[in-house]
Design a protein around this ligand. Structure first.
Ligand code: AMP
Length: 282
């Protein structure tokens, strides 16, 4: 695995990569099985697999965990080598945001609501860095996780709106045995909270079951799951919302199955100081 840690070196190397599909997996490091699932799918589909690790300051709010975000770089390198990744790109902050940087990308439909509401500026940070990474890496296919479904939709829309000819592939959420979605932030949880954290996914499954049992009102479905979750664990729910995946409009009544419209049920909740997100598609 080649490791490149500067923009200059990457630029020099890029023309030598074959013109066959180059697959790209952008990450912020602290890698786990969720990231590795993206890498494996990329390896299966693309002759060249490039992974980037860049903790993007632009997508963290002023009170968020940029400083404490885990950075186990040696461990990450070993994991990626074991997967047979061709190239690891770890740009420096100054490579991506040189002094005087003053251009940002705003997607204005799918960034609305959910994490967009509670993390102002977050998706602007994501689209800006992803666009830059795409321009540098010039992949044919890029891999993202369903874990961050809103992020996927925002990036998909950016590509369409800006005529960027890159194919996106969404990889299913990888979960721990008890259902908790894998996340680099799970290391913040103490052992008690770690056990309770599985309730987040259970609340989503409960909502799905209530829908299958005939409840169609989004407000009722969300209310039932939210109160179950907050009653059974010290979670503080930030949002639990249902959105149509195609146009991101809020769901009031679940669409009839024959409409083929998919709905995402998305949740963000605090367990102590740790903010966890998850979603399912119904
Ligand atoms: P991050 O390092 O958190 O920016 O995540 C990098 C990529 O990995 C994103 O596309 C995430 O959606 C994806 N990802 C993170 N956790 C998981 C998971 N548990 N399952 C699948 N993909 C994931």
């Amino acid at each position: 695995m080649q490791i490149i840690d500067s923009l200059k070196d990457f630029r020099q190397l890029r023309p030598s990569l074959s013109n066959r599909p180059v697959g790209f997996v952008p990450t912020m490091g602290a890698l786990h099985e969720g990231h590795l699932a993206l890498v494996r799918q990329c390896k299966q589909e693309c002759p060249t697999t490039i992974v980037s690790i860049f903790v993007n300051p632009l997508q963290f709010g002023p009170k968020e965990d940029l400083q404490s975000y885990p950075r186990p770089i040696e461990q990450d390198i070993t994991l990626l080598k074991n997967e047979g990744v061709d190239l690891l790109f770890m740009p420096k902050k100054e490579d991506i945001y040189p002094a005087g940087f003053s251009t940002h990308i705003n997607e204005e439909r799918f960034s609305n609501g959910l994490c967009g509401e509670f993390r102002p500026g977050h998706f602007q940070g994501v689209t800006t860095v992803v666009c830059k990474l795409f321009n540098i890496v010039r992949p044919h296919i890029a891999y993202f996780g369903q874990k961050d479904l809103q992020q996927f939709k925002v990036i998909e829309k950016m590509l369409a709106d800006l005529n960027m000819a890159i194919r996106l592939s969404m990889v299913a959420t990888v979960r721990e045995k008890d259902g908790l979605a894998m996340s680099s932030r799970n290391v913040y949880l103490n052992p008690i909270d770690r056990r309770l954290a599985a309730n987040l996914y259970k609340a989503l499954i409960m909502l799905k079951e209530n829908a299958e049992n005939g409840e169609r009102s989004a407000i009722t479905l969300a209310g039932l799951s939210k109160s179950w979750l907050e009653k059974n664990s010290p979670f503080h729910v930030q949002y639990l919302e249902l959105r149509h995946i195609d146009d991101w409009t809020p769901v009031e009544t679940l669409p009839v199955p024959s409409s083929n419209r998919k709905v995402v049920v998305a949740i963000a909740a605090y367990l102590g100081k740790t903010r966890l997100i998850d979603n399912i598609i119904i």
